[in-house]
Design a protein around this ligand. Sequence first.
Ligand code: ASP
Length: 441
Amino acid sequence: MKVCKFGGSSLANADQIKKVKRIIESDERRKVIVPSAPGKRFDGDIKITDLLYSFQDAVRNNGDHEGIFEQIAGRYIEIRDELGLKTEIEKYLEKIKKDVYSGACEDYTVSRGEYLNGLLIAEYLGYEFIDAADVVFFDAAGAYEPDKTRIIMRERLKTAERAVIPGFYGSKPDGTIKTFSRGGSDISGAIAARAARAEVYENWTDVPGFLMADPKIVKNPKIIKKITYKELRELSYMGANVMHEDAIFPVFQAKIPINIRNTNDPESPGTMIVPHFGDDDGDGTITGIAGKKGFIVIAIEKSNMNAELGFGRRVMSALEKNNIRFEHMPSGIDTLGVVLSNVEIEGKQSQLIDDIYAFCQPDSLEIFTGLALIATVGRGMRKRIGVAAKLFGALAESGVNIRMIDQGSSEMNIITGVDEKDFETAIRAVYNAFCGGENAK
Ligand code: ASP
């Protein structure tokens, strides 16, 4: 069986929900459905979840809460009526309003977007509605409880032939509602796939799949047909995203593939995220390119550094003392560079420098700002000769100076550091070198 999560834009209005029903009915294995709240219907529209945050805020701060609530109610009533459903959504809306007025917590309020949508979609599909509060659990401190959730959700799903479980929330031991972070319905879907031991977790959204490069930089980048969890992690970390990062973990553990699909183009196979390499290892191609601006390098020099026991540890102690995570640490014989993100070092730079001087006594220390990192990722480049040559050749030909190189020991990712001003040129050059040349913007 399949667990299918549908994102907000796939459920933004009655027409979208009709498409979703056709998709679900076209494959009888689509037995567990995890919906988001209705999203944007057009550019400039407001997602229900955002309206619910505003509603909560307006109630607490004497804003126009009535007006906002009308908008929320209007959306659900319209969906219900256009789909010809019987659910007494007004009754549920009244209860929510009363609860919020009498002090319900923010997580409760914002989770109602998924809850109400789940009720309507369950009726429309003829599926059983399972409240996520009864099957997704957090502890009293608000930490997600995977084991309890898996066991209880699994048992509950055994009693339902076909079910709708709203995304984004669960409950704490005292029964109060707790949500995941924004975009968390992806996590709910992954959890349900794991509990149900699904053959695949389908994540239906409004993009054609995971793209090989950022479409804002490369024109019409190709869709990645197949990617491993590890590659996905490397690309997501560097800024390429279609799914909540934490959604990978539950299905990764259970080795369930994720299929990213487009609700507006259901015939397209989308992107398959798979646990293992398979036999396409080492064909010299890359899977994708992603990158981020906003890094600095601290370049440390000390004669005989190479022979000094514990030098690296002392540098790391300085970082740890200042609560700073590093990105990379490329080294030479008597030099060591520490690559850090601007966000990580903000407000801490001078203390860190003082500490590196105190702990390591370097001969010199220089700081270079304005670095962008580019990850060229691909299981297909493992153990292949010439991949790096192609990559660096492409950068050289487009006049990009490489300021740092780091190849992870998995041989699955080559990270290059370039000047921020060269970032877009570099991404296009790498894409064209590996994916055929017509697509530079
Ligand atoms: N509706 C929630 C949000 O907008 C959760 C989700 O859609 O995944 O963040």
